[in-house]
Design a protein around this ligand. Structure first.
Ligand SMILES: [Zn+2]
Length: 262
């Protein structure tokens, strides 16, 4: 008989949508998968692990049984059709490669790497902050792609900064961002009915957001919000600092690269 295809029935509840700052949470194992190349994957009913996506890297951490062992070391997290796959390996306590594994229905504790999450959240929030700074400088461009990985983060805008202004605007953008960071502002993240979400985002939502959905909105202080599925700092001050490393304009798109000190 052919093996059953790798399929997990129900979507994973994204617990970080409700509590973005939880670093530990309980969950139940729904299924275990063996992928090609020997990679293992654990599927849970709910997760605080952020899967790679929306320009943000995956969380890493540990999934452990209530008794403390076995421990599954999470090295990568991906989402497919609403199901979150935690990829990694079982900690081999005895070193013989045949230790205990998790079972379907087992209660587990999830623990994410706090340092990595904190950096990812600061980088993601820094990208959003630049959107507000661009608007403040008079560039009402539509935000495009965001890449919030530590190895050279950047944000893109559909619009062009004139070449003779690039150097000045780079300086002003960085100054503006650091002023807003020093001032600080509470970060609001929540799921809203479509109409309310649109209001929070300055009156309209981008076309890719379906009108019968309840979008998750991220909003910094009094600035207009925007739809986002990522994790963020609790206060803009927590970004700490921001450096605009370059601004490049190509084919009608302005790309702002930035960095933050760890
Ligand atoms: Zn975002």
């Amino acid at each position: 008989m052919a093996a059953a295809p790798l399929k997990a029935a129900s979507p994973t509840r994204l617990a970080y949508f409700d509590d973005m700052w939880a670093l530990r949470s309980p969950a139940t194992v729904l299924s275990l998968h063996q992928e090609e190349g020997g990679r293992r994957a654990v599927v849970l009913d709910a997760t605080i692990f952020h899967p790679q996506g929306g320009g943000q890297p995956a969380d890493t951490g540990v999934i452990s049984a209530a008794t403390g062992a076995p421990r599954f070391l999470v090295e990568d997290v991906r989402v497919k059709d609403g199901v979150v796959f935690h990829y990694g390996r079982f900690e081999d306590a005895a070193g013989d490669g045949c230790g205990p594994e998790l079972d379907k229905g087992q209660s587990v504790t999830l623990e994410i790497d706090a340092g990595r999450r904190s950096l990812n959240s600061r980088l993601h929030s820094a990208g959003h902050l630049l959107d507000s700074c661009m608007t403040n400088l008079g560039f009402h461009f539509e935000p495009g792609k965001g890449y919030h990985f530590p190895d050279g983060p950047s944000v893109e805008y559909k619009g062009v900064i004139p070449p003779d202004q690039l150097q000045d605007k780079k300086t002003q953008l960085e100054k503006q961002a650091n002023e807003l960071i020093s001032k600080g502002a509470k970060v609001l993240v929540s799921v809203f009915p479509y109409e309310e979400a649109a209001k929070l985002c300055g009156g309209a939502l981008p076309g890719y957001i379906s009108q019968d959905s309840t979008p998750r909105i991220v909003k910094f202080g009094e600035y207009p919000g925007c739809p986002c599925g990522g994790t963020h700092v609790a206060d803009v001050a927590d970004i700490g600092n921001l450096k605009v490393t370059s601004i490049r304009v190509k084919k009608g798109v302005t790309k702002v690269s930035y960095s933050i000190n760890p």
